[in-house]
Design a protein around this ligand. Structure first.
Ligand code: ADP
Ligand code: MG
Length: 399
């Protein structure tokens, strides 16, 4: 079922009204409190701009970091307010007390063309408890609700779910709409061949994704340390590689059920330790030395995975192929990113989900070459697991 978006609201519903907008401005900050990456702010600009164009007055809510329900200076949204002002090119008012009369008055006094940003929702004790009193108070800050925080949609908090119980219409912003469109059409209605690539450190965090994707995909390509748990299930030596011993049995059963759909790396980049990355060399998967660990997929694997990606019409990728933080073990991850960028140019739909995968693609400078890079790490993973996202469920349905 498609959710209503800000585009579905008619003029009478929006003109002059206060739009309470939940965004995900959870940006990374350095130890000086400077924003190191403003992608998440940029990602919600189209929503804010459309609201301004439609003569609404946006009152913006976001969380930042993990303060424990009380103010903590290092998690203040103040630096975000300044960056937002630069990026949006309009005045940004800032109020420090989100759950207060001051915020309520500021929302009513907000001038057309200006923005109001309220302080970190996680400074409020009730936020993560989805507290009803807080939800009601937040609902007073707008005349309708817009959720553009896809990255927080898997959490039932006051500012993502509770508030929408008391404030209607409750609609999706443009970023939320785009995220849902891409992920939904990939899973529900993929152009074939449909290839999924899964990597990352742990198989335990990805089991539900594997189970959900297996019946839908034409091929499932495995990388990351996860591959080593599968190797062990096949009886191969994995040396000092990261293996989840308690998941080997489960890996066996997955291999049996998946048959030819599931592909493991043919070769591996190994080294005695990450500190000795200079000694990295490629070995066949059945020749991983006892005293070494697999830190990336090998060159043959990159080649054959790239061929599979080139032949695909839909590609979904979650989880780096290796320890991409430590070169040369970024080669597998970069190879996949490059193959996906090429496939996009030839008309395939390519989707990257997962925080570390998105960071790797952005580091490689290839984010604009993908059809879609999800801004929500945990949320996109839960979506791929087939779970309902509470922040999406609560929104009005389009008719
Ligand atoms: P995402 O955030 O994209 O969902 P994950 O969090 O599941 O990805 O996994 C990312 C982590 O997996 C990275 O920190 C990376 O270093 C690690 N990783 C990938 N391959 C290996 C490997 N062979 N050995 C150890 N760690 C690995
Ligand atoms: Mg991660």
């Amino acid at each position: 079922m498609r959710k209503k978006t800000i585009r579905d609201l008619d003029d009478a519903q929006v003109r002059g009204k206060r739009a309470l907008v939940r965004v995900d401005f959870n940006v990374p900050l350095d130890d000086q409190g400077r924003i190191t990456d403003d992608t998440r702010i940029r990602a919600s600009l189209p929503t804010i701009e459309l609201l301004l164009e439609r003569d609404c007055r946006p009152v913006i809510l976001s969380h930042l970091g993990r303060p424990k329900g009380k103010p903590e200076a290092k998690y203040s949204l103040q630096p975000v307010a300044r960056r937002l002002q630069e990026l949006a090119g309009c005045n940004v008012m800032f109020v420090e007390s989100t759950d207060s009369d001051e915020a309520y008055k500021a929302s009513h006094n907000l001038k057309s063309g200006d923005l109001l940003l309220l302080e970190n929702t996680r400074f409020l004790g009730g936020e993560e408890k989805n507290d009803q009193r807080l939800s009601r108070a937040l609902a007073e800050l707008g005349d309708f609700f817009v959720n553009d925080a896809f990255g927080s949609a898997h959490r039932a908090h006051s500012s993502t779910v509770g508030v929408a119980e008391f404030l209607r219409p409750a609609v999706a912003g443009l970023l939320m709409e785009k995220e849902l469109e891409y992920l939904d059409s990939a899973l529900a209605n993929p152009k074939r061949p449909f290839v999924a690539i899964l990597g990352g450190a742990k198989i335990s965090g990805k089991i539900d994704v594997i189970e959900q994707l297996l019946p839908k995909v034409d091929a499932l390509l495995i990388g990351g340390a996860m591959a080593c748990t599968f190797y062990r299930a096949m009886g191969l030596e994995t040396g000092k590689s990261l293996v989840e011993e308690d998941r080997i049995e489960m890996a066996k059963s997955l291999l049996d059920r998946a048959g030819a759909k599931l592909t493991l790396p043919h070769d591996a980049m190994v080294a005695p330790s990450l500190e000795q990355a200079k000694q990295a060399r490629a070995v066949k998967r059945d020749a991983i030395p006892k005293d070494q660990a697999m830190f990336d997929v090998g060159p043959q694997t990159i080649q054959s995975y790239s061929r599979a990606i080139a032949a695909a019409k839909t590609v979904v990728w979650n989880g780096p192929m290796g320890v991409f933080e430590t070169p040369p073990f970024d080669a597998g991850t970069n190879g996949i990113a490059k193959a996906m960028a090429d496939a996009t140019a030839k008309g395939a739909t390519t989707i990257v989900g997962g925080g570390d995968s998105a960071a790797a693609v952005s580091e490689a400078g290839l984010d604009s070459k993908m059809s879609h890079v999800s801004t929500g790490g945990g949320a996109s993973l839960e979506f791929l697991e087939g779970k309902q996202l509470p922040g999406v469920e609560i929104l009005d349905e389009a008719r």
